[in-house]
Design a protein around this ligand. Structure first.
Ligand SMILES: [Zn+2]
Length: 286
């Protein structure tokens, strides 16, 4: 770096300089918690005429402008009559299935929805639908995406490219669907549909973590192996948990509409219900 430039805020900010971003209002989301029913519509706490203090790309503080004590040399940017808010995180989406939007059956319960989805899973992912979904996410303020992948061949590469194009940072959860454990000892438990793409691109692999589909659709030893791999690699482990009353019924009693749908197709012939509710079963598996 040219040392002559370090003093000039217009060109190259010195790394220790404090940046103060002033705005008409700031939503910090500090102190907010999960909400239900009417509380969902309660106004979020906001700071009017606020300032966000940033150093080295990290937020140091957020407070009313009147309370800010700015050291000499602080670079002040007044962004005017806008509301600043933290970026949105979509923690769970299936980008490669974007072309199926509006095509599945809603309002008749989980099993009916699943029955309408399964026949649609044969087609390849569609680049234009994935790109459009990513552009929409970015348009509504999303910066980070947890993308479930492994349902369709080529889906991971397509979703990763579309996220990159839209300016989204993606973590991909490679979802293993099915029972049986076709991976060798010492091998990482990547689902078969993701293996080639990850072997071809170690940088893509670094953005991926092995995950499961659900307690009733992924073998318990696969879930455990994926969970352990995520712990070892410092990655988030992801699977669908306690999504529907049908799941609880299947796991506790071994019966119900999900059993009818999956018996002989997904569930192995010797499968028996663990006799536990979903969370208790997940805890038991570690
Ligand atoms: Zn999902």
């Amino acid at each position: 770096m040219n040392p002559e430039n370090t003093e000039s805020p217009e060109s190259d900010e010195p790394s220790e300089a404090l940046l103060a971003i002033r705005a008409k209002s700031i939503l910090t989301l500090g102190g907010e918690g999960p909400a239900r029913a009417a509380r969902l519509f309660a106004p979020l706490k906001k700071i009017d005429n606020g300032v966000l203090l940033v150093r080295d790309g990290l937020v140091e503080d957020v407070l009313p402008w009147s309370q800010a004590k700015l050291p000499a040399g602080t670079l002040v940017r007044d962004v005017g009559a806008v509301c600043l808010a933290p970026a949105c995180v979509n923690a769970h989406t299936h980008l490669e299935l974007s072309h199926l939007a509006e095509k599945t059956r809603w309002g008749r319960g989980f099993t009916a929805w699943l029955q309408s989805l399964i026949p649609l899973l044969g087609a390849a992912p569609q680049a234009d639908a994935v790109e459009s979904a990513c552009a929409t996410l970015a348009l509504y303020g999303t910066l980070y995406v947890g993308n479930i992948t492994g349902s369709l061949p080529g889906g991971t590469v397509l979703a990763d490219a579309a996220c990159n194009e839209a300016g989204l940072t993606a973590s991909h959860f490679c979802e293993w669907f099915g029972f049986g454990a076709p991976f060798a000892d010492g091998e990482r438990p990547w689902p078969p549909r993701c293996r080639q793409a990850l072997a071809d691109d170690p940088f893509l692999m670094a953005r991926c973590a092995p995950g499961g589909h659900a307690l009733y659709s992924t073998g318990p030893e696969i879930l455990s192996a994926a969970r352990q791999d995520c712990s070892r690699m410092g990655r988030v482990f992801s699977f669908h948990l306690a999504e529907s009353p049908e799941e609880t019924q299947l796991l506790t009693s071994g019966s119900g509409p999900l059993r009818d749908l999956y018996a002989g197709v997904v569930l192995p012939p010797d499968w028996s219900a663990p006799g536990l509710r979903p969370l208790a079963y997940a805890v038991k598996l570690g």
